[in-house]
Design a protein around this ligand. Structure first.
Ligand SMILES: Cc1cc2nc3c(=O)[nH]c(=O)nc-3n(C[C@H](O)[C@H](O)[C@H](O)COP(=O)(O)OP(=O)(O)OC[C@H]3O[C@@H](n4cnc5c(N)ncnc54)[C@H](O)[C@@H]3O)c2cc1C
Length: 354
């Protein structure tokens, strides 16, 4: 921190300098990262594409990473993860997010309805390890479905900017052609070494029809066994691709990014006792669901972001009891430890400071 900024912070105590600067303009903040929407575009009926100009602390991103975006809805700050879809080399330092409006989704519906030029969003630095290696592989298969197109489209655009001359197939799944975001720009990326394969699950007219299977894989990229594959899409597509790669013994070449959590497998032996949300004075029998879902069922509204253990928005203190981490299977029995509600299931009685 510079001496000048330290002095300003001291003068602005206890609120911090950003609280004063944002009164002048929300993009003037020195510490908090923000992004201003500079254009809004709707390339399909249920998506909205926002171009974002970040404040000066932004450190850029690597294709395939995600950012956390925060918006205030009815006075409550809500945070969700979105993956930039633009090239990491874009010259003006801006990036695009394409958000699919989920039927009952809070933030995605809000953005779809309310995004406009000049809107200022809370922003995090880019995070995540779903990225291409350097040097770039000679053969690449990029597979996406629905809104999962964003991180792999960013990879494709980045490779184009780098003049990558290796073989790339971009295999994208959509219900029908009108549901493919950024289709014109995708088609413009096709070249001697870049092939676009569109698969429609609910309509004819694509290069392929129906859901992913081994035939689709062999048709789209006959050389897939020698390639690295990057995959992002809805749970059904993720499961289908993982299954085929496992059967073919190629899992080691498959790199994945999930937008949604895997379904919870409930262990009946652990579904005992009660869950207590001490601060809210609520208690209910343990249902076996995640602590986030049990809190929501108890009528609470804890902040959450990804619902799959990557963004830490739902971190709370477990004061007593045992929980199991859904991703690792590890149990935590110590009192007064921070846990992520979205990936923790109670094992017997548990009390949470919520
Ligand atoms: C790394 C990463 C990158 C992502 N990138 C993109 C992207 O580029 N584009 C994109 O469109 N999306 C992306 N997503 C998904 C995005 O973060 C959001 O999950 C999505 O927009 C839905 O958010 P929402 O607020 O609209 O829905 P939410 O309101 O969060 O609802 C989503 C689901 O959560 C569950 N849920 C919510 N509230 C409750 C409740 N009270 N009780 C029980 N269950 C509940 C429901 O199953 C619901 O269907 C990404 C996700 C991750 C993890």
């Amino acid at each position: 921190m510079t001496a000048g900024l330290r002095l300003l912070e001291a003068l602005a105590t206890p609120h911090g300098v950003d609280r004063y600067l944002e009164l002048v303009h929300p993009m003037l903040t020195l510490r908090e990262l923000r992004g201003e929407v500079t254009s809004v575009h709707r390339s399909t009926p249920d998506t909205v594409t926002l171009t974002i100009r970040p404040t000066r602390r932004w450190r850029g991103f690597t294709a395939g990473q995600y950012v956390r975006i925060s918006v205030d809805i009815d006075g409550v700050r809500r945070t969700r993860c979105y993956s930039p879809a633009t090239s990491q080399h874009r010259a003006d330092g801006r990036f695009e997010l394409t958000v699919k409006a989920h039927e009952s989704g809070l933030v995605s519906q809000w953005l779809h309805r309310n995004a406009r030029t000049g809107l200022v969003l809370g922003l995090s630095q880019a995070e995540g390890g779903f990225t291409l290696p350097t040097p770039r592989p000679d053969k690449l298969l990029l597979i996406s479905g629905g809104s999962g197109i964003t991180p792999v489209l960013s990879m494709l655009r980045t490779l184009a900017d780098e003049g990558h001359s290796g073989q790339v197939t971009f295999l994208h799944y959509a219900y029908r052609e009108t549901d493919v975001p950024c289709l014109a720009s995708l088609r413009a990326l096709v070249s001697d070494n870049v092939r676009l394969v569109l698969a429609y699950t609910d309509a004819e007219g694509g290069d392929l029809t129906g859901f992913f299977d081994e035939d689709h894989l062999r048709t789209a990229a006959p050389w897939f066994a020698d390639a690295d594959t990057y995959l992002c899409g809805p749970p059904g597509l993720m499961a289908g691709v993982r299954e085929v790669y496992a059967a073919l013994g190629r899992t080691d070449r498959l790199h994945t990014e999930d937008f949604a959590p895997a379904p919870v497998t409930v262990d009946a032996a652990e579904v005992t006792g009660a869950v207590t949300f001490a601060r809210s004075d609520r208690s209910a029998p343990n249902s076996g669901q995640t602590l986030l879902e049990q809190a929501e069922s108890a009528g609470l509204d804890p902040a959450f972001g990804c619902r799959m253990g990557i963004c830490f928005t739902c971190t709370r203190v477990k004061t007593t009891g045992c929980v199991r981490d859904l991703r690792t299977g590890e149990k935590s029995t110590d009192p007064d430890v921070e846990i992520q509600l979205c990936v923790s299931v109670p094992v017997g009685d548990v009390a949470i400071d919520l």
